[in-house]
Design a protein around this ligand. Structure first.
Ligand SMILES: Cc1cc2nc3c(=O)[nH]c(=O)nc-3n(C[C@H](O)[C@H](O)[C@H](O)COP(=O)(O)OP(=O)(O)OC[C@H]3O[C@@H](n4cnc5c(N)ncnc54)[C@H](O)[C@@H]3O)c2cc1C
Length: 398
């Protein structure tokens, strides 16, 4: 086993991990970023969630990535970035989202990590960690070719499913908390571990082309097809379809989870067939499905502070360690959709584990309640939180 050394090791290279690696490097730390896929970007590049919803509080890094994507032919739309830096206009209208291409994001991020001197180890999956008391000392990860151990002074779990924090024995939870946990107005009376925000398989259609409809082996009953779709025009005229509200997948049961993923893949074909045959979109062809399913929620850290619905509805900003703000609605896709009257803050403590002094979580799996996570999980918010975790981790190197 080869051993690598650095100041800050980031595991997971999605929005949170990219922010974390660049945030730590900006503070002068040597950084190793370990990612299980062959490319960075996570949900953005692999699940084709390459649209940034309008939201406030995002960092200059997001703007830098946007400007780089805009400089690539057909890399990003000509939507107004400034306008998309807050959710609503004064009259309550939603500001436009920012669509871009997954390849443009990948290129911009690759340039940034190279310029920052981050060592990127792709195709390598975290498997175990070592620690002494309140300090994590190393992570072990394996590719098809070798196993490595990364020794670092600080670690950031940006795997979304908090695989490092769970392996290290940190407190975590899953699903909806009971009302008694945090007195959240929308919380159910009893905790529900499989009340999870939906998984979706995004796909891409091209208007004006003529490809046959694909029929799946196990057609879905009509009532299972929610024709509510979030559609975004890409710079080249294609349409990216996010067929909202597909299925809940329970990660605590691997067999059920795998079955739900396969059903979601078939459902993407069914939703497309419905839009053509019954939804009146006869002039469009399905030209591709994302390589991976989009997962909104699995395990969440129970960290130094748990952000709740009450913090969000109160617009609470008064944290000594405030690192980010956000104004995205509470959005549990059908169950709750509540626009906010004002932005709220997120403290660094939501990224800190209770058990370790040098392990942070910077992903959608950070320390938010189920309801709070439905608001603060947006890509740019998570990237901004990642940067804050990276900067904090970098201070631990001396
Ligand atoms: C269907 C859908 C639609 C959405 N719509 C929008 C939208 O319109 N706008 C918006 O801003 N946000 C949207 N979101 C939310 C947003 O995309 C995600 O919350 C955000 O991208 C999550 O970033 P992350 O870094 O937490 O996780 P991810 O992007 O999932 O990154 C986690 C990374 O960790 C890696 N990893 C996992 N396990 C390991 C391991 N063992 N070893 C090494 N690496 C590992 C993964 O490969 C991945 O690259 C949507 C999400 C979904 C699913």
């Amino acid at each position: 086993m080869r051993t690598l050394h650095c100041d800050v090791c980031v595991v997971g290279g999605g929005s949170g991990g990219i922010g974390a690696a660049l945030g730590a490097a900006k503070e002068g730390a040597s950084v190793i970023l370990v990612e299980k896929n062959q490319i960075l970007g996570g949900t953005v590049t692999m699940s084709w969630v390459h649209t940034w919803e309008p939201v406030c509080g995002t960092s200059a890094l997001c703007r830098n990535i946007w400007d780089r994507m805009r400089n690539l032919p057909l890399g990003a739309s000509d939507a107004d970035y400034e306008l998309s830096s807050r959710r609503l206009q004064p009259d309550g209208q939603r500001n436009p989202p920012l669509p871009f291409e997954a390849w443009a994001f990948q290129k911009a991020v690759d340039e940034l990590v190279t310029e920052a001197g981050v060592t990127v180890v792709t195709g390598t999956s975290f498997s175990a960690c070592t620690g002494e008391g309140r300090r994590l000392t190393g992570v072990i990860a394996a590719s098809a070719f070798e196993t490595i151990e990364v020794k670092a002074k600080a670690f950031i779990d940006a795997t979304a499913d908090i695989v490092v924090a769970r392996a290290a024995g940190c407190s975590y939870t899953i699903g909806a908390e009971a009302r008694s946990a945090y007195d959240e107005p929308h919380a159910p009376g009893k905790a529900d571990p499989i009340a999870l925000n939906y998984v979706n398989w995004c796909y891409r259609v091209r208007p004006g082309s003529r490809l046959p409809l694909i029929r799946t082996h196990t057609p879905f009953p009509q009532e299972a097809i929610r024709p509510s779709r979030f559609e975004v025009a890409m710079p080249n005229g294609d349409i990216l379809v996010n067929p909202c509200g597909m299925l809940v997948a329970d990660p605590s049961s691997p067999e059920d989870f795998a079955a739900a993923v396969r059903r979601a893949w078939e459902l993407a074909f069914e939703v497309h067939r419905w839009t053509v045959e019954e939804g009146g979109c006869t002039d469009r062809s399905l030209i591709g499905l994302a390589p991976e399913i989009g997962i909104r929620e699995t395990y969440r850290l129970q960290g130094a502070y748990v952000l709740t619905e009450n913090d969000i509805l109160d617009g609470r900003m008064s944290y000594p360690d405030l690192v980010c703000s956000c104004d995205h609605p509470l959005d549990l896709h059908g169950y709750i959709h509540l626009e906010l009257e004002r932005p709220y803050g997120i403290p660094l403590a939501c990224l800190e584990t209770k058990e370790y002094d040098n392990l942070y979580v910077a992903s959608r799996g950070a320390s938010f309640s189920h309801i709070a996570a439905s608001s603060c999980r947006l890509s740019r918010t998570i990237m901004t939180l990642g940067e804050a975790a990276g900067a904090a981790a970098a201070t631990l190197r001396s």
